[in-house]
Ligand binder design. Structure first.
Ligand SMILES: [Zn+2]
Length: 352
């Protein structure tokens, strides 16, 4: 699927099946640049900068088109806006166009039926192979040109490798990557994942839940990849923090099977084993119940039944906040909200 972007309203030999919507992107240029500088042939620096901005804008337009299921953008045009303030001039460069769905190319179809291969398909496979080799070498991130190809040729089969790179990049403290390529990956990975279909994206992301659990949870949330089926296969007490975090994610459509599995997840969380214990406090001076909670970290604090540890974690200064099940107040609230969602789904699905 090549995303065609054109300034014309029609595409030769193809008909527009449906208009999906407007795609638009903007960038701010410069603090002290005059418009004449931007277009002056002597100011090469600015023209290069403008070109880079234009390339990025075009990439954004293609990504947005992919994300809404379009295969072309027609009527592309740009706008410049000059903004004054505090004695400085800035320019807002915007690109916009209409995302459309094109009918399949009739010429291609007859060629493919005859057993032929298009140059486009060859190029796509070549790029996919080249990028697979590049990314499998853990030190390399896609360059700007690579991203143009990934987006233009919709190279979805390299998604697992991109995910691996993204996990490494987000979790590493000292980066060995070039700052430009790092920024490209951070900017493009989530929109790219959002443009994948749900099943492929779920299989990619849930394929590695262990390397960097926080990154995994963040990607699931950012891309609406809540998957009750996959979460049901992770139900084990040592995964409880990851599972609870995933309850904050969503998916676009919920089925009856999803609801059943969500009830299984809620039931699992209701029956988590105790990781801490309660002991008798001395003479009730600690709390009304006279009970002390000894949390899994070994702190003792006076709490009501079901309360959370009030001790500081050694060395960090943060409050421990674990209850007898080893979960925090925020996690308890997340589970409560999840159960509310189950009730809402029950009433909506049964009323169908
Ligand atoms: Zn504690």
């Amino acid at each position: 699927m090549n995303i065609i972007v054109t300034t014309t309203d029609q595409i030769e030999n193809r008909s527009i099946e449906s208009y999906i919507g407007i795609v638009r992107t903007s960038a701010v240029v410069g603090n002290d640049v005059a418009l004449t500088d931007l277009f002056s042939s002597t100011a090469r620096k600015y023209s290069r900068k403008l070109e880079a901005i234009y390339d990025k804008a075009l990439r954004d337009i293609r990504l947005q088109a992919l994300a809404v299921g379009a295969n072309a953008v027609v009527g592309l045009h740009g706008e410049f806006e000059e903004v004054f303030g505090k004695g400085k001039t800035r320019f807002i460069v915007s690109l916009m166009g209409t995302a459309v769905s094109l009918s399949p190319s009739t010429q291609n179809e007859s060629d493919i039926q005859g057993g032929g291969v298009s140059l486009y398909d060859i190029r796509r496979s070549q790029l996919s192979l080249m990028l697979t080799r590049k990314l499998e070498n853990q030190q390399t991130n896609p360059s700007e040109e690579d991203w143009d190809n990934i987006i233009q040729y919709a190279l979805f089969d390299i998604a697992p490798l991109l995910y691996k790179r993204y996990q490494v990049l987000v979790s590493e403290t000292i980066s060995s990557s070039s700052p430009t390529e790092k920024k490209l990956l951070l900017d493009n990975f989530i929109p790219f994942m959002r443009s994948l279909d749900y099943d492929s994206a779920v299989n990619t992301v849930y394929g590695d839940t262990q390397t960097a659990p926080y990154v995994f949870c963040d990607v699931v949330k950012a891309c609406d990849l809540f998957c009750p089926e996959k979460i049901c296969s992770m139900l084990s007490p040592e995964n409880k923090h990851t599972i609870i975090s995933l309850l904050e994610s969503d998916k676009a459509f919920y089925t009856k099977d999803d609801l059943k599995r969500m009830m299984v997840i809620a039931d699992f969380l209701d029956n988590l084993p105790d990781t801490g214990r309660y002991v008798e406090g001395r003479g009730g001076i600690f709390s009304k119940t006279g009970m002390l909670l000894v949390c899994e970290r070994g702190h003792s604090s006076a709490v009501e039944l079901g309360g959370h540890c009030t001790c500081q974690i050694e060395g960090s200064g943060a409050i421990c906040n674990l209850n007898v099940k080893g979960i925090t107040e925020r996690e308890v609230a997340t589970i409560r909200a999840f159960k509310d969602k189950i009730e809402i789904l029950k009433s909506l699905i049964n009323n169908e």
